[in-house]
Design a protein around this ligand. Structure first.
Ligand code: ATP
Length: 372
């Protein structure tokens, strides 16, 4: 039996509530799964900590994150807590953590669960695609750099390297291999999303992507410009399976994706490298509703399911992979039943109601098949 060491960073705003709810369901899944052991340690990090101590991510916490098998983070940052230069603490902390863990591929599943509210009138054969965002380069490589010339001109540089593009593309093809293909016809596909017609850097991204595609002839590959893709994702999202793109494009399209399938409260994410995985909901700290037991914890729970799946894949551990599927099924069951849902998805239930409902549903997913 493998013991997994998990660093928990509950963070700020609604982060701690979502993390508590997720902890309840993780404790339940461990209790129900012989052969799964999670050693979870919670650390303070983020804006509140900065306000109290002047530090956002203490050295020892960063070192423990690097030493852990995985990191589960809830949400970081508060708009009124800023560094002396006026910037928020969240970007600096997150970029630092990503760089330290070398998590090169951000994975944002966009899946419409039965019972989740959808803004589209027609959902065709269903929505189930994944956005893979290159996580360390692109326009975000300029973070902390950039240049301002006098009061008239400012620039940031978009960086694309062969190594960075190859590894995120390889990651995308490997993920496509494990999936069931696009909903419209079951074909496994990886689509490069770029602006290769305008920018040399993004033409290079496409060129490297197709070099990698040659190693995966069993999986279809194509390329679509980012502007066209934002249209297609609204008109025919079921025609896509895995999308891979530059950092800033991924940042934007993944929020569009979350908007298609019920909003930020249902959007999980994982940031994955060769040796580390960092998992967190795609929402922020939503300070307006913080501390009121109103936040939807499902995105954090689904991120925890992604974490278990990644740990299982990484360590060749079918027990963790099965636990991941059961946790996702439990969330899906509660959504489909529709009795317990938070305000953001049209209900009146509290964060803790959802925790109880999902924990109870885990009991009855023990013998269930993985979700479709
Ligand atoms: P950030 O810049 O940190 O990503 P943001 O201001 O873009 O944050 P969020 O803090 O994620 O966005 O939230 C925007 C709004 O979405 C919130 O005010 C809240 O109404 C809603 N929201 C986000 N996450 C949740 C959640 N888990 N449960 C309920 N509502 C949420």
């Amino acid at each position: 039996m493998k013991d997994y060491r998990i660093a928990l960073l509950p963070g700020d705003g609604i982060g701690p509530e979502c993390m508590n709810a997720t902890r309840t369901v993780l404790d339940r899944i461990v209790a129900e799964t012989p052969g799964l052991n999670l050693e979870m340690t919670s650390y303070r990090a983020g804006a509140e900590l900065y306000r109290d101590t002047g530090e956002t991510l203490p050295e020892n916490v960063l070192a423990d994150c690097v030493d852990s098998d995985a990191v589960l983070l809830s949400a970081i940052g508060l708009p009124d807590v800023r560094y002396p230069d006026g910037t928020e603490v969240q970007p600096t902390m997150m970029v630092g953590l990503r760089r330290a863990l070398d998590v090169h591929s951000a994975v944002r599943p966009v899946k419409l669960y039965p019972g989740a509210p959808c803004v589209l009138r027609d959902t065709g054969p269903g929505i189930d695609f994944v956005i893979i965002r290159e996580n360390l380069e692109g326009l975000f490589a300029s973070f902390g750099g950039g240049a301002k010339v006098g009061n008239e001109v400012a620039t940031d540089t978009l960086v694309v390297t062969r190594q960075g593009t190859s590894r995120v593309s390889e990651f995308a093809f490997r993920l496509a291999q494990r999936r069931k293909g696009r909903p419209s016809d079951g074909k496994k596909m990886v689509t490069c999303v770029d602006k290769a017609n305008v920018f040399r850097s993004l033409a290079f991204f496409r060129e490297v992507f197709f070099d990698v595609a040659k190693n995966h002839p069993e999986i279809g590959s194509d390329a679509v410009y980012v502007d066209a893709m934002s249209l297609y994702l609204v008109q025919n999202p079921w025609d896509f399976d895995v999308l891979v793109m530059e950092n800033q494009f991924g940042d934007i399209l993944s929020d569009l994706g979350a908007g298609l399938v019920g909003g930020l409260g249902l959007g999980p994410s994982g940031e994955i490298g060769e040796h580390h995985g960092l998992f967190q909901p795609s929402h922020g700290t939503a300070p307006q509703i913080a501390g009121k037991n109103l936040a939807n914890p499902m995105a954090t729970m689904l991120s925890a399911a992604m974490m278990l799946d990644w740990l299982g894949d990484q360590h060749n551990d079918p027990v963790a992979i099965d636990a991941a599927a059961r946790l996702e099924t439990a969330v899906a069951k509660v959504l489909e039943a529709g009795e317990v849902r938070t305000r953001d998805i049209g209900g009146t239930s509290s964060t803790s109601d959802v925790a109880t409902a999902v924990a109870d549903a885990i009991g009855c997913t023990k013998d269930c098949a993985a979700p479709a």
